[in-house]
Write a new protein. Structure first.
Lengths: 330, 410
């Protein structure tokens, strides 16, 4: 009798395997609930977390030009609940429905370091950081942030900072509310947007007047476009009229056109020693006397920009900005 | 069972005044202080008190608070010390981005950037906070000690700042501000109110800074049009520290020995202060000195009234070109009030306050080298009878909302 039961179970198992298995569902209630899930696996975003292989309803994407994060490789995913759609908003941010999530995993030296999630709940967006364990099996919620001793991309020791929940908002805050920084249509490939629309996850493919160039093509791209793209992605989440650096009057968004707001001939306001004894944020033709470049080239607290998320220099970003300022007509 | 209405009313009143489940979260110094304190600041709910035990908290990163209505309270500005000597990142020691927050009875030392910043944080109270850079005045010190910005309702009371490489207490792009009973020393600027309105700066001691109290308005910022400010009953004494601000910042241009300086503001009253021993000038009223490109910006001061201050031993060793000759020409000390001669002159009610000199600059943005100094007697404020009380003295209320006082009590 027991044997028969075992045989039936085996048979049942065989039948289930031969049919197409339904995709494992994302645990929507973890995204929309009021709790903070303690481990990343609770969401069900990944088939294989260690391999960062998402379930079919979680869509990977890349940005044309990404934020520099101490040389970490970043794997980005968006989850849109079944039966719902993102809405295109012109050039800018895709409007993601309640229940959506943005997932970003940071990888350095071949190891997963942290995964940050942005959850769209009914009361607004919530940003949570998860830090991977040594065995790469699970990532745990780390509300208070953490510093991790790592080797940087240049092999030098790096004190990698996982942001705390509040620091998430410093970058992801618009007028005091947590808001995703991306993805913005002007920093996404047209083909990816088209595919998302075809899959029924986006209401329409937005028209984009001017796209940020692909970062790997920057040396062939117009210097101003490459640098402005870099500044948008790396700086404008704070340096915009509603961001954490709104009081600086320095606004570095892709769509900004006022030269003073972009720092050209603009004096600093609350820079302290971040001014580096220099008078202007950007001096056309003279990156060495431009505060903007000086602060990118520093690693010191109180001087280095961005204030968060950078413990190593970004030589490529510095070169792009140096070229832009250097070629600017005096 | 019928519940008497009076009890219902009493219970309702209690519910209104005491936030539900308000609790005290205690944090001690020692191992893991960074993570424990930051987590406490994150999990706190409106109405909660985060209580910092006495001791020295060794911190490696900036802290932040983003929950409305939280009080962070230490065991006194000498008892609880947040020590940022080992800080590795962030632009300040503590960042507050929520409303109705009270910070009291603790100290912040040696931050890499600013000491405590509150941005877009309305009705904030700083009470008996100390911010110190312990190595004395140095260019490598952080810029601002206490730094509320872009806020409505700011009370800074009973605090002490030393060593800021910009301003000890800096309030920017805000309104309804009271800065009172504080002491600032060894900083470039003692107290600076910038691009702000309706400020009351009273009862403070500012000494051994480069400049004592600065009321500025700068161009190309989201909030401009500073003014309607009262500077009263302060001790502005011996501000004689050489300027150690990194160049490029507006305060790097403040001359050593400036008592009170008003730049490009509309409606400032300076009254009842004791301004003694400031070697360049007791009171300076000037236009924005640089070129600018901002049609919204008004670079010259307007409606500045100086009334009945105690002025003594100022202008004896001014940091201006040809200073020694000027002092000799004026008979041993410069007149207490310096005006750059651009726009309209300040007005004074009488006595020593009327004794001034003008640089007679030909236009805004021209430097000291174009000055043609002459003595000047300031006129009384314009008014219907005998120049007293007049439109220049009539003003909108200044200061933080009175409700904030309840959070600034011993």
């Amino acid at each position: 009798m027991r044997l028969l039961a075992a045989a039936l179970l085996l048979l049942g198992g065989a039948v289930a395997v031969s049919a197409t298995p339904p995709p494992p569902p994302v645990h929507d209630w973890k995204i929309t609930g009021s709790e903070y899930p303690q481990v990343l696996s609770e969401y069900g975003f990944f088939v294989s977390a260690a391999g960062q292989i998402p379930v079919p309803t979680v869509t990977p994407y890349r940005l044309n030009t990404p934020l520099w994060s101490d040389g970490a490789e970043k794997l980005r995913f968006v989850y849109i609940p079944v039966g719902q759609q993102a809405k295109a908003q012109g050039d800018g941010l895709l409007d993601l429905p309640v229940g959506a999530a943005l997932i970003k995993t940071f990888k350095l030296g071949g190891k997963l370091i942290e995964t940050r999630v942005l959850l769209h709940r009914a009361e607004g967006w919530v940003a949570l950081p998860y830090v991977w364990d040594a065995g790469q099996h699970e990532a745990r919620l780390t509300l208070g942030g953490k510093r991790i001793a790592l080797a940087g991309p240049d092999g030098k020791p790096l004190s990698y900072a996982v942001p705390n929940k509040n620091q998430c908002k410093e970058c992801h805050g618009v007028s005091g509310a947590v808001t995703p920084i991306g993805p913005k249509a002007y920093n996404l490939a047209p083909a990816w947007l088209a595919a998302l629309q075809k899959a029924g996850k986006l209401d329409r493919v937005p028209t984009v007047a001017k796209r940020i160039p692909l970062w790997e093509h920057r040396t062939h791209a117009d210097a101003a476009l490459a640098a402005r793209g870099y500044l948008d992605v790396n700086c404008a989440h704070c340096h915009n009229p509603n961001g954490a650096a709104s009081n600086s009057g320095l606004y570095l968004g892709w769509l900004e056109s006022d030269p003073i707001k972009l720092g050209i001939g603009k004096r600093p306001v609350a820079a302290g020693r971040g001014s580096g004894n220099l008078e202007f944020d950007v001096v056309p033709g003279d990156p060495a006397h431009s505060i903007l470049y000086y602060r990118m080239a520093s690693l010191e607290g109180g001087i280095a920009m961005p204030e968060l998320g950078r413990a190593a220099l970004d030589p490529d970003g510095m070169a792009a900005v140096q070229k832009w300022i250097g070629e600017m007509r005096r | 069972m019928r519940i008497p209405t009076a009890i219902i009313a009493a219970v309702s009143a209690l519910a209104l005044t005491a936030p539900a489940r308000a609790k005290t979260i205690q944090v001690a110094a020692g191992e893991g202080a960074q993570g424990r304190l930051q987590e406490a600041l994150i999990v706190a709910q409106p109405g909660d008190v985060v209580e910092l035990a006495a001791g020295r908290f060794a911190l490696t990163d900036g802290l932040s608070l983003d929950v409305n209505g939280v009080t962070v309270r230490g065991a006194g500005m000498e008892g609880t010390v947040l020590d940022f000597s080992g800080q590795q990142g962030a632009g300040e020691g503590l960042l507050v981005t929520s409303d109705d927050v009270t910070l009291r009875d603790f100290a912040v030392e040696n931050t890499k950037g600013d000491g405590i910043k509150s941005k877009g944080a309305d009705n904030v109270v700083y009470y008996r906070i100390r911010v110190t850079w312990t190595g004395g005045p140095k260019e490598t010190n952080g810029a601002y000690g206490i730094y509320p910005v872009a806020s409505t309702g700011v009370l800074v009371d009973g605090c002490k700042v030393s060593g800021a490489s910009d301003a000890g207490i800096y309030v920017g792009q805000s309104k309804a501000i009271t800065v009172r009973y504080n002491m600032v020393e060894n900083s470039v600027a003692g107290i600076e109110i910038e691009n702000s309105r309706d400020a009351l700066v009273t009862g403070n001691l500012v000494t051994r800074n480069t400049g004592g109290i600065l009321i500025f308005d700068l161009p190309n910022l989201p909030v401009m049009g500073g003014g309607n400010t009262v500077i009263s009953d302060n001790l502005v004494v011996a501000n004689d520290t050489p300027n150690f601000a990194p160049k490029g910042n507006i305060v790097a241009g403040v001359r050593r020995g400036t008592g009170v300086m008003v730049m490009a503001n509309d409606g400032v009253r300076i009254s009842g202060n004791q301004i003694h021993g400031n070697p360049t000038a007791a009171i300076m009223v000037v236009s924005y000195p640089n070129k600018f490109d901002d049609p919204r910006y008004q670079p010259s001061p307007r409606n500045i009234v100086i009334m009945v201050n105690s002025l003594d031993r100022n202008g004896t060793d001014p940091q201006v070109p040809g200073g020694a000759q000027l002092v000799a020409a004026f008979g041993g000390a410069l007149p207490p009030v310096l005006w750059d001669g651009v726009g309209t002159a300040p007005r004074a009610v009488g006595g020593a306050d009327t004794t001034a000199w003008s640089l007679n600059l030909p236009a805004q943005g021209t430097g000291f080298e174009t000055a043609k100094p002459t003595p000047l007697v300031l006129l009384r404020p314009l008014g219907p009878t005998h120049g007293m009380p007049s439109d220049a003295l009539r003003r909108a209320p200044v200061g933080a909302p009175a409700a904030l006082d309840a959070r600034a009590q011993p």
